[in-house]
Design a protein around this ligand. Structure first.
Ligand code: AHR
Length: 321
């Protein structure tokens, strides 16, 4: 064999060996298979959360099995069962409502598959899931109420746009708000109804509040459990001939780009940030548990309250990223 042919053979062999090694390491990274049962795409925040978790999985070489439940708990239960049957390494679950999870969580636990709750909580035995990566919704509601109490000197008739009935986000944001306003006898909720966390729901419910309250003249403020409903309410208020942000104060939760635009234009008055980047801590928790490490039962991801003074700047930052 000529020398040059020998050298070429050596090169091919060593390249193949490197490729094989690389292949092995890529496969080792991609070995982590995670199922993600998402609620749906009811709001701008939810869309960002989905995109962020998918991007984080891709960045880490995780094979993410994504399932959109279209707001139905039964679809989430089916998805979790299918993840269990596939033998995934872990499950992320964003539970649409708080109750009714015990059975399926027991099934995951029996299969030795860690479940991480992302964003919302469940009313179930804590031993049935690994951890919850979420903000404190009670605190968000309290913050909204404290801001409103200061802004109105504790005198205000509020209408409340609740999130999805039975969700921990709606239950706890209501609880937090009510616990603070209970200290202000002249600050009260005069009407409260679910707009299901959607823009159209917020608009529809706000229209009915305005009709019921003499065109809205006596409503002092809107407390919306998310920004999308607040934006729907803003539309309804304008169509009723009133000026949102002035005739009626508007406070909401999420801090999506569109609310900063509305705030910069004077249509709303305050928002509380809900962090959508929950994938990193959730995947870390599964990794830690797989290595036998301890994971706290609640990994908190709370955000601050934003006011109109920084809204234009925040909108610019968030809409370009
Ligand atoms: O669970 C969090 C809530 O769900 C967000 O505030 C809302 O926008 C979403 O749909």
């Amino acid at each position: 064999m000529r020398n040059s042919t020998k050298n070429l053979k050596k090169l091919v062999c060593s390249t193949a060996a490197v490729a094989l090694m690389m292949g092995v390491s890529v496969a080792a990274q991609a070995e982590m298979v995670i199922g993600f049962s998402q609620i749906g795409s009811e709001s701008g925040w939810r869309t960002s959360e989905t995109a962020s978790i998918k991007a984080e999985a891709q960045r880490r070489g995780i094979d993410l099995k994504f399932s959109d439940a279209q707001q139905k708990q039964e679809n989430q239960i089916k998805a979790v069962r299918s993840f269990i049957a596939q033998g995934v390494d872990g499950i992320l679950l964003a539970p649409v409502v708080e109750t009714g999870w015990d059975q399926v969580l027991k099934e995951a636990s029996r299969a030795g598959i860690p479940v991480v709750l992302v964003d919302r909580g469940v009313d179930a035995d804590q031993s049935l899931y690994l951890t919850k990566v979420a903000s404190d919704f009670v605190q968000e509601g309290s913050l909204a109420a404290a801001w409103l109490a200061a802004e109105t000197n504790g005198v205000c008739d509020v209408v409340e746009l609740q999130g999805t009935v039975g969700s921990s986000a709606a239950n706890d944001r209501k609880k937090g708000f009510e616990s603070v306003i209970s200290n202000f006898p002249s600050l009260q909720i005069i009407r409260s109804q679910s707009g299901d966390f959607t823009r159209s729901g917020g608009k529809e419910v706000m229209e009915s509040f305005l009709k019921a309250e003499d065109g809205g003249k006596d409503i002092c403020a809107v407390y919306a459990h998310n920004d999308d409903m607040a934006l729907g309410a803003v539309q309804a208020i304008k169509e009723a001939g009133l000026t949102p942000g002035q005739d009626l104060l508007v406070v909401s939760i999420d801090a999506v780009p569109d609310i900063f635009k509305a705030m910069a234009e004077g249509d709303t008055n305050a928002t509380i940030e809900l962090n959508p980047h929950l994938g990193g801590p959730a995947f870390d928790a599964i990794n830690t548990a797989k290595k036998g490490g301890d994971v706290p039962k609640w990994i908190k991801a709370n955000g601050p309250l934003y006011l109109p003074d920084t809204a234009a700047e925040e909108y610019k930052k968030r809409s370009s990223s």
